[in-house]
Design a protein around this ligand. Structure first.
Ligand code: NAD
Length: 489
């Protein structure tokens, strides 16, 4: 394939500290903003994965025995580099993913926060020691697993890799990253900057590709743990395959997040939060509001949500969706719901952005009188669309929320502490918001859903990540002369 017209250099694999190419099959990376070709990405095979695993294994001995206080120094420097290059990194994210520049800046800022947390790891994993008998001590140390692999989605090309890279590496592991083939450019830049920060070659590797390479990762005997972030369908495939190969696996899947809006909700705050949650990053967030359960008569609030939604303008404060196929899927959900009797109050279908006519845009969409049996009420739409389902009371609203197969996030908008408490207790989701539309826990709290939104034990970020990325070594120690004992165990 000719690469002369590419806007970015060809994406490469990064193995043992070197950018490599030579993979036969490749795919175009398409700009969601205008449909142009940004770059090409290699579709790697077992051969490239074997090379990456070998490089990671070779680096593991020295890296895992580097004191953690030295390992974090790399990440202090890396954080400074991200801050220095914030604008460039955000522009990259914006171009390959299609989100707005401000959203891309916020994404990279989140990567910085995740790296700051990893820099605090030495304080969190100091282990335990105790004299359990006269002259006998037991100690516990967190030890790295070895070579681990991370598979990413398209919606956060910079932040989601940082859910895993800083924590897993600071804890002494070596990594193979498999970015989404739709947004692979940022990962090459991440590799460059980690090297600049002083990360030894082989500790971090990037192998690009699609299904073939994901399956090879799940099967590779040299990989100890796999983390996955993406759709529920593929999360199940990866979780089953990796664990059947006796690997540790944490697979985060899709979402259908419900916002329950009570009649006593603060109208302005609710309207702005609901709109920002459903339309931010063009609705392509696993924490996005997707269904709103309207309890009782809240028509004035719905009116305000429509007013807010009309202020969200494609190409201005609303980015593109990832692909033509995504736009068609989102618009189909709206059309089918309308045909089944739902009422489209704000219609984002057919959105066009002047100068970017070939971009993949869907305008903000508010659709009322959706019933729980409709596909738009049950399935992940992953676009700037809020489906309003009417409920008579809180119990009915909770039944609707509880019936979802997913369980990433749920929020309630109310001024009543009692009502908020009921939702906190009864919503079947891993992350709950009270008057917050996107209830992402900030570090040190961990990120992770329930039900079909996550497979595996524990969470991927925050303090919970320590359990996933390490194994405990328990050592019993006896020094005979001082202890004056020959106690055996
Ligand atoms: P996806 O499942 O299509 O792809 C994710 C990864 O899986 C990619 O790297 C891709 O190459 C790989 N993949 C795709 N098809 C495969 C197959 N058949 N076999 C093996 N591997 C395959 O997801 P996406 O479209 O890139 O991302 C959007 C999804 O990710 C949404 O469902 C969103 O909710 C979810 N997501 C979830 C979270 C969370 O924290 N739960 C966070 C971000 C995104």
């Amino acid at each position: 394939m000719s690469t002369t017209a590419l806007q970015f250099p060809e994406v490469k694999n990064y193995i043992g500290g070197k950018f490599t190419n030579g993979v036969k099959r490749s795919m175009e990376v398409i700009s969601p903003i205008d449909g142009s070709i940004l770059s090409v990405v290699p579709m790697s095979t077992q051969t490239e994965l074997d090379a990456a695993v070998a490089a990671a294994q070779a680096a593991f001995e020295a890296w895992s025995h580097t004191p953690i206080k030295e390992r974090v120094q790399v990440f202090y420097r890396y954080k400074t580099l991200m801050e220095k290059n914030l604008k460039e990194l955000a522009t990259l994210v914006q171009k390959e993913n299609g989100k707005t520049y401000d959203e891309a800046v916020a994404e990279v800022e989140k990567s910085i926060e995740l790296t700051e947390f990893a820099c605090s790891m030495p304080q969190l994993v100091s282990g335990q020691i105790m004299e359990v008998s006269r002259g006998v001590e037991c100690r516990i140390d967190h030890k790295p697993l070895g070579v681990v692999a991370c598979i990413g989605p398209f919606n956060f090309p910079h932040m989601v890799p940082h859910w895993t890279i800083p924590n897993a590496l600071v804890l002494g592991n070596c990594m193979i990253m498999k970015p989404s083939e739709q947004v692979p450019i940022s990962s090459n830049r991440i590799a460059e900057m980690l090297k600049e920060a002083g990360l030894p070659d082989g500790v971090f590797n990037v192998v690009n590709g699609d299904k073939e390479i994901v399956e090879a990762i799940c099967d590779h005997p040299g990989i100890q743990a796999v983390s996955f972030v993406g759709s529920t369908k593929i999360a199940k495939v990866v979780y089953r395959r990796a664990t059947s190969n006796l690997k540790r696996c944490l697979a985060l899947g899709g979402a259908k997040n419900h916002l329950i809006v009570m009649p006593d909700a603060h109208p302005e705050m609710t309207a702005t939060n609901v709109t920002a949650s459903m339309s931010g990053c063009a609705g392509q967030r696993c924490m996005a509001a997707s269904a709103m359960v309207a309890v009782g008569n809240i028509d004035p609030i719905i009116q305000k949500i429509c007013d807010e939604a009309r202020k969200v303008i494609p190409g201005k404060n609303l980015g593109a969706v990832i692909s033509k196929a995504a736009r068609e899927r989102i618009e189909k959900y709206i059309t089918e719901a309308e045909k089944a009797g739902a009422k489209v109050l704000v219609d984002g279908r057919g959105a066009k952005v002047a100068g970017h006519e070939n971009g993949f845009y869907v305008g903000p969409t508010v659709i009322d009188f959706v019933t729980p049996d409709m596909a738009i009420a049950k399935e992940e739409v992953f676009g700037p669309v809020i489906a309003i389902i009417r409920a008579n009371n809180l119990d009915d609203a909770l039944k609707i929320e509880n019936s979802s197969e997913y369980g990433n996030a749920a929020s309630v908008f109310t001024q009543s502490g009692g009502i908020a408490r009921q939702v906190m207790e009864k919503a079947s989701a891993g992350m709950i918001g009270v008057n917050i539309g996107v209830p992402v826990p900030r570090e040190p709290f961990s990120f992770g859903g329930w039900n079909d939104s996550k497979f595996g034990v524990g969470d991927l970020t925050g303090e919970s990540s320590i359990e996933f990325w390490t194994q405990l070594k328990k050592t019993s120690i006896k020094w005979n002369p001082e202890g004056k004992t020959n106690w055996m165990s």
